[in-house]
Design a protein around this ligand. Structure first.
Ligand code: NAP
Ligand code: G4F
Length: 336
């Protein structure tokens, strides 16, 4: 049988890199879009060129650049197009709201338009987010039917893209599917998300390279899962017979404080000696609690989260203690 071709937009990020691993292991030809940056940032994909020289290809592009995006998609002709690209940091979205909406909403529209105009058979996946729920008028857990009330430019940009994806599926009969993923972490997590900031901070403090870890709201609760498992759920959505909306969550929630306590205790450190709360890491609007109900996804796709909170923290702390970051993770001091 002819091998399938996938285009992953956002391949250099946490999820994109795990999805590339997964699809390549299944025999896919995988193409990825790479943004031009002044420094190399392909560390998550390091060995893929060597491991899969005939199956792995990278191309420069940017989803906000419609002509270049159309040209790339025309050349690749993907059977499956996975959009994982985003300005994905919620706090920063308050500082660069226009850029956030251009990337997270208009960028998605560019991809959907390419499919509608040029390749209606291409299956499309859009990375939606539990941040879209924001502060709904109902208690958690949140599922596919929960009315959404996003609290950040990021959440709003993702909600617009979510509706566009559904509209293109329903209005034009495209296979445009979307997962509402709750937070998911791994050693490949971006450095300015709270989990990685904590585990890198622990590693540096233990090694004597850093004295303090400055954090924002310790009381926020998140439903934290394991990224490689969540990427498996994405794959199953695209293989399903029809497009839909799928919540992906562990169905457990923990505070940032619990994450901190667990990470420091794994390193034999008393967190209260090192962690300080700094107002500048708080957000103009917070989402105080996220907890998902993924029963619909379990029923339809047979997917259920396996990795538990404590095991996720442990895997991240162990990785960072073995790979001690050179840079101080409090580098985002310039936040106003
Ligand atoms: P991530 O690590 O921040 O990766 C984002 C990716 O998007 C990177 O490859 C980035 O490229 C790329 N990108 C950003 N702007 C772009 C543009 N204009 N054109 C092309 N590529 C662009 O995010 P992640 O954690 O893997 O998450 C993947 C997706 O799922 C994102 O859409 C995120 O919003 C969504 N999501 C994530 C979570 C989570 O907990 N991780 C939960 C729900 C939804 P550079 O490397 O060049 O920056
Ligand atoms: O790790 P975070 O920055 O993740 P957040 O805002 O929940 O967003 C992540 O999950 C979303 C899914 O719900 C994704 F769509 C999104 O792309 C991203 O992956 O913050 C988690 C919590 C927040 O309540 C934040 O206020 O941690 C709190 N926090 C406390 N101190 C901090 C810090 N967050 C960051 N980034 N840095 C801090 O110093």
């Amino acid at each position: 049988m002819e091998k399938k071709t996938a285009l992953i937009v956002g391949i250099t990020g946490q999820d994109g890199s795990y999805l590339a691993d997964l699809l390549l292991s299944k025999g896919y030809k995988v193409h990825g879009m790479l943004r031009r940056t002044s420094s190399f940032h392909t560390w998550r994909l390091e060995d893929l060129h060597a491991k899969y020289p005939e199956h792995f290809f990278m191309h420069y592009g940017d989803i906000t650049d419609a002509p270049a995006t159309f040209d790339l998609c025309d050349r690749v002709q993907p059977d499956e197009l996975y959009n994982l690209a985003a300005m994905s940091q919620v706090r920063i979205s308050f500082e660069i709201p226009k850029y956030t909406i251009e990337t997270n909403t208009i960028g998605v529209l560019n991809l959907l338009e390419w499919i509608r105009q040029r390749s209606p058979k291409t299956k499309f996946y859009q990375a939606s987010s539990s941040e879209m729920f924001g502060v709904p008028e109902v208690d958690p857990p949140f599922n596919e039917k929960t009315p959404m009330r996003p609290q950040s430019p990021y959440g709003i940009s993702k909600l617009a893209a979510f509706h566009l994806t559904k509209m293109y599926a329903q209005g034009y009969g495209l296979f445009a599917t979307t997962g509402i993923l709750f937070n998911h972490e791994s050693p490949r997590r971006g450095e300015n998300f709270v989990s990685k900031k904590i585990t890198q901070g622990v590693a540096r403090i233990k090694a004597g390279l850093q004295q303090k870890l400055h954090l924002g709201n310790l009381e926020a609760k998140r439903d934290w899962g394991w990224a490689p498992e969540f990427v498996e759920a994405i794959y199953r959505m695209v293989q399903h017979t029809e497009p839909g909306v799928f919540v992906v969550a562990t169905q457990e929630t923990h505070t940032v404080r619990e994450f901190v306590q667990e990470a420091f205790s794994l390193a034999g450190l008393d967190w209260e000696k090192y962690v300080t709360v700094d107002e500048k890491y708080k957000r103009p609007r917070e989402v105080p609690v996220l907890l998902g109900d993924a029963s619909g996804t379990e029923e339809i796709l047979g997917w259920k989260a396996q990795m538990k909170f404590k095991d996720i923290v442990k895997a991240m702390v162990e990785y960072d203690m073995e790979n001690i970051p050179v840079q101080n993770v409090n580098f985002d001091h310039y936040h106003r």
